[in-house]
Design a protein around this ligand. Structure first.
Ligand code: AMP
Length: 299
């Protein structure tokens, strides 16, 4: 720890909200990006232990993600951002507040391709290597398949080749590491993504109003991810059809164009039905469609 950092740690303002995030790893960059999109201004660089936000009473602490559940449960910090997988594994007494829509991955059970194993019952009495022993034991217990679980902290995929396990339970996102190690997915145990958790007391103490403000900012960024802003020109007579395609149209703007009989419409549409909606709009005669990303939606 740098001497100056150590001294600065004593300067953390205890009235401020404290948020723990992963110091170095897969979630770090997207977490910093998410916080900045929420309008928070702070410095961040390697070796930093904490940053104070310039424009919000928030201290960000950079820690190992495995330690975040304990820090939040014990009240060392008020909030944490981590993978749902760590919460499932450690099961601390904390409150989950939001799914943050990045850091997607799945905890899966995999076996060597040439093992011929197609069904988890065939793993009865076998050894399973994992960094997620609690999730693994729970999964096999629920499926009534007794196995031996060994805890390995990294490079779990190598365990079958080393003959120390016949199957593995590990996190994957694309599955390319599994394929490289001649393993195949037998089944998925659960899906995971980055989440925001809080200490239960934070809702009762003097920080609850700050917490509400911060959550409003986070939700604004998350809602914006779900919608696109569109502008289009439509013949006046097709307006009833357009209203059927976009049910939320009552809150949009329609203005007269200089070409008589034409309207300009501005509205938002949901990302998950985006292409279907655009195709339908074109079919009924919408033209000059312009689509823009939305930075935030405050509901
Ligand atoms: P790491 O930096 O490897 O410790 O990973 C931190 C977190 O990233 C994990 O706890 C997961 O929530 C998330 N993650 C997303 N994709 C993956 C993946 N393919 N393997 C491991 N973790 C992943």
């Amino acid at each position: 720890m740098l001497k100056t950092e150590k001294n600065n740690m004593a300067n953390i303002n205890n009235k401020n909200l404290k948020l723990a995030i992963q110091k170095q790893g897969r979630l770090t960059e997207e977490t910093l990006d998410f916080l900045r999109k929420s309008g928070l201004e702070f410095e961040s660089y390697n070796q930093r232990l904490f940053s104070s936000c310039r424009n919000f009473p928030l201290e960000i602490l950079y820690v190992r993600d495995n330690d975040i559940p304990n820090y939040v449960a014990s009240g060392t910090v008020d909030l944490g951002i981590l993978g749902q997988n760590i919460l499932n594994e450690k099961r601390p007494k904390v409150k989950k507040l939001l799914n943050l829509r990045y850091g997607f991955c799945s905890l899966i059970l995999a076996v060597p391709k040439e093992s011929g194993i197609q069904d988890i019952s065939k793993l009865k009495g076998k050894t399973i290597a994992t960094s997620y022993p609690q999730s693994t034991k729970k999964f096999f217990k629920n499926n009534n398949v007794p196995v031996k679980v060994i805890n390995i902290s990294g490079s779990v995929e190598i365990a079958p080749a080393l003959n120390i396990a016949q199957a593995i339970v590990d996190l994957i996102s694309t599955g390319s590491t599994l394929a490289l190690n001649d393993l195949k997915v037998l089944t998925k145990i659960y899906d995971s993504e980055a989440i925001l958790i809080a200490n239960e007391e934070t809702f009762k103490n003097g920080k609850k109003d700050l917490l509400k403000k911060l959550i409003t900012r986070f939700k604004g960024v998350l809602s914006a991810k779900d919608y696109k802003y569109i502008m289009m020109d439509v013949p006046e007579e097709v307006l009833p059809k357009i209203k059927k395609i976009i049910p939320g149209l009552k809150s949009s703007t329609a203005s007269q164009l200089t070409t008589s009989g034409w309207l300009s419409i501005q509205t938002v549409i949901k990302e998950d039905v985006f292409w279907e909606t655009i195709e339908k709009l074109k079919q009924v005669g919408a033209s000059g469609i312009i689509v823009l990303p939305i930075e935030k939606i405050i509901l």
